[in-house]
Write a protein that binds this ligand. Structure first.
Ligand code: NZQ
Ligand code: ZN
Length: 392
């Protein structure tokens, strides 16, 4: 097991009706004015936004609102939010939505409290020193941003999707009522389940031995999400299944599944981020589309690890040959993705790639040959190109 630092400062308020506590929760921060940040309308339609305003009113908290966050959240709205917060002297941001809204809130929080262009934190990896305090009301179990140290933003200038990881953006609290996720379209529920599994798998596929406890947590978390994703496909209003998936979403990305690892692989996420930036696809679906091709490409670097995954997660019977068992595990995972109507190729994702576009994806993902991605096998531009080719 590797040394690690486990830091999860986010207060979790989980369960039915918990959004009614918003006023009381925000009040603890003695803020002057709150920005309520939300997406493209689902929270208006469901009536959630009105309930939140009522709770803030009741607690005597003044607030302003900024909606309009889209999936693969845009830098232009972040700039707008920064200007608004400065003008209105906002000192707390309440994100009501999913990963896109929370990530946009984090970026605005960076922009308000640090000098210079906020995009530098994403593109040039300049380190933010501070962030406005963020609170979350989660409406989709997926990205795990409610407890993660991460924020991913898309710059329309060049359609680049880039992430910034820093502990100062971690949410102060996250209100998680699984009932709020019952209005999700089936596609978004499935995308969320893939993302949660992938956050666990990215950490699970690493170069470390002897992690009994973390491996056990991870394997069980993935199996739990698979089981409940299938239940939700048939019965989207099943509270217990919604609750299992929602809690899994946070645990998959709050650091717990990475304790004792070397950080994990993360190549599939990097491959997806370019697809999301260029083609505006849903993150979870993009991950499902590339994972199998990634797994086949790197499997021979750690066949035993892939065989362990096949047996303990995908219930593949142990064979004599680790590589064959590993291969069966990858196929079984692709079958699972198909069973919840997720794509297993970029074509199935709805994108027909030209040769030029594959070259562009490989250029962008390798930062024009300035970086490699992944740790199971370090992938350079040529490797990245071949994986996109195989996944097309
Ligand atoms: O905008 P609205 O109208 O709210 O609709 C959203 C959006 O269209 C809808 N939705 C959300 N909750 C709903 C609902 N519709 C009906 N009922 C509800 N209760 O779902 C759609 C997707 O929302 P989004 O926030 O984009 O989903 P998700 O949570 O999957 O976030 C995806 C973004 O997070 C990034 C992704 O790259 C992507 O940009 N990620 C962020 C991470 C982080 N900060 O730690 C880690 C992840 O790996 C990921 O990269
Ligand atoms: Zn993800």
């Amino acid at each position: 097991m590797e040394n690690f630092l486990y830091y999860t400062p986010t207060k979790v308020v989980f369960g039915k009706g918990t959004e009614k506590q918003i006023g009381t929760l925000v009040k603890e921060y003695n803020c002057k004015k709150v920005l309520v940040h939300y997406g493209s309308g689902s929270v208006k339609k469901s009536g959630l936004l009105d309930r939140i305003y009522a709770s803030l009113d009741e607690a005597g908290i003044s607030y302003i609102s900024l909606g309009g966050v889209v999936p693969n959240p845009r830098l232009s709205l972040v700039y707008e939010g920064i200007a608004l917060c400065k003008r209105e002297e906002v000192d707390f941001i309440l994100a009501v939505g999913g990963g896109s809204v929370i990530d946009s809130a984090k970026a605005i929080g960076y922009g308000v409290t640090n000098e210079g262009d906020v995009w530098d934190f994403y593109e040039k990896k300049r380190e933010p020193k501070n962030c406005l305090p963020i609170g979350v009301v989660l409406t989709i179990a997926a990205a795990g941003s409610e407890m993660s140290n991460s924020s991913v933003i898309t710059n329309e200038d060049g359609w680049k999707k880039r992430g910034c990881n820093n502990d100062c953006c971690r949410a102060k609290f996250a209100v998680m009522n699984p009932e709020l996720t019952m209005t999700l379209p089936a596609y978004q529920t499935a995308c969320g389940c893939v993302d949660i599994m992938m956050h666990t798998m990215e950490r699970y596929f690493n170069q470390v031995e002897n992690m009994e406890l973390t491996d056990g947590f991870s394997e069980h978390l993935i199996r739990t999400v698979m089981k409940n994703a299938k239940i939700l496909k048939e019965d989207p209003e099943n509270y217990n299944a919604r609750a299992e998936v929602m809690w899994a979403g946070s645990l998959a990305h709050n650091g717990l599944m990475g304790c004792g690892t070397d950080g994990g692989d993360w190549a599939s996420h990097q491959l997806e981020h370019e697809l999301g930036g260029m083609f505006d696809v849903a993150h979870g679906a993009g991950l499902a589309a590339v994972w199998g091709s990634w797994a086949r490409y790197v499997m021979d670097a750690r066949p035993e690890r892939f065989a362990q995954f096949a047996q303990n997660v995908m219930q593949v019977e142990q064979g004599e040959d680790a590589a064959k068992t590993a291969q069966k595990g990858i196929e079984a995972m692709e079958d699972f993705y198909r069973s919840i109507d997720m794509p297993v190729s970029i074509q199935e994702l709805g994108v027909t790639l030209t040769e030029e576009q594959i070259q562009e994806l490989a250029d962008k993902c390798s930062f024009y040959e300035k970086r490699t991605i992944g740790c199971v096998k370090k992938l350079d531009r040529e490797d990245i190109y071949k994986i996109y080719q195989a996944a097309r």
